[in-house]
Design a protein around this ligand. Structure first.
Ligand code: 5RP
Length: 217
């Protein structure tokens, strides 16, 4: 089965967690795009959605979902999003699409976070995928030096500005044996908005699509 097909299968499985009338948090990326397509086909009618990116907002509006400001909602019942890497403890690397900060805010504001991935995203230890770090533009060089001091090899994501007007440093070579501590350490560097480690608040459930079906972790 192709990776695109696995994304559709896991997107369809995620629909089982969604009920009409819900206020839903929606992530960003190609797996989430498949989920939005499945949502459109399902006939489910949401009260509305809180979106993690301008790209997702456009797609939700195209299918007639009301997109709401998080500031106008209480906590959300459910957040559905993909990931770049997932470990056995449901800790994640996210931000390949550059939406990590809004994704982390919505994950934090949601009672349940269901992460949807195909099996290629599963890792024994996080860190093969370069860790995205969103940075205030004036702090780019300073934060890069700090990340290098932690053993990382940061690289500026070329020609990319986040929806929040910031930059992304993609960091290779970090030791992520203790992702909770690394998440804390990076997030404390002045000028860092957030890093793409979702270890302090990981997913509550991970749905993994493979040739043999959908596994729930
Ligand atoms: C965007 C993300 C995405 O969830 C992550 O990049 C996975 O994307 P895809 O579903 O396209 O593989 O964190 O910031």
């Amino acid at each position: 089965m192709s990776q695109a097909r696995l994304k559709i299968e896991v997107a369809r499985a995620a629909l089982r967690h969604v009920e009409s009338g819900m206020l839903l948090g929606v992530g960003t990326g190609s797996t989430v795009n498949a989920f939005i397509d499945e949502l459109a086909a399902s006939g489910l009618r949401l009260e509305g959605a809180v979106s993690s990116s301008e790209a997702t907002t456009s797609r939700l509006k195209e299918i007639g979902v009301k997109v709401m400001e998080l500031n106008h909602c209480g906590d959300l019942e459910l957040y559905i999003d993909g990931a770049d890497e997932v470990d056995a403890h449901r800790r994640l690397i996210k931000g390949g699409g550059g939406a990590l900060t809004r994704e982390k805010i919505i994950a934090g504001a949601s009672r349940k976070f269901v992460c949807i991935v195909d099996e290629s995203k599963c890792r024994p230890i996080l860190g093969e995928f370069p860790l995205p770090v969103e940075v205030i533009p004036m702090a780019r060089a300073f934060v890069s030096r700090k990340l290098t001091g932690m053993g990382g090899r940061p690289q500026l994501r070329e020609d990319f500005v986040t929806d929040n007007g910031n930059l992304i440093l993609d960091v290779r070579n970090l030791d992520l044996i203790n992702p909770v501590q690394v998440e804390r350490d990076i997030n404390q560097i002045p000028g860092v908005v957030t890093c793409g480690l979702f270890a302090l608040r990981g997913a509550d459930q991970v749905l993994v699509a493979s040739e043999s079906g959908i596994e729930t972790r």
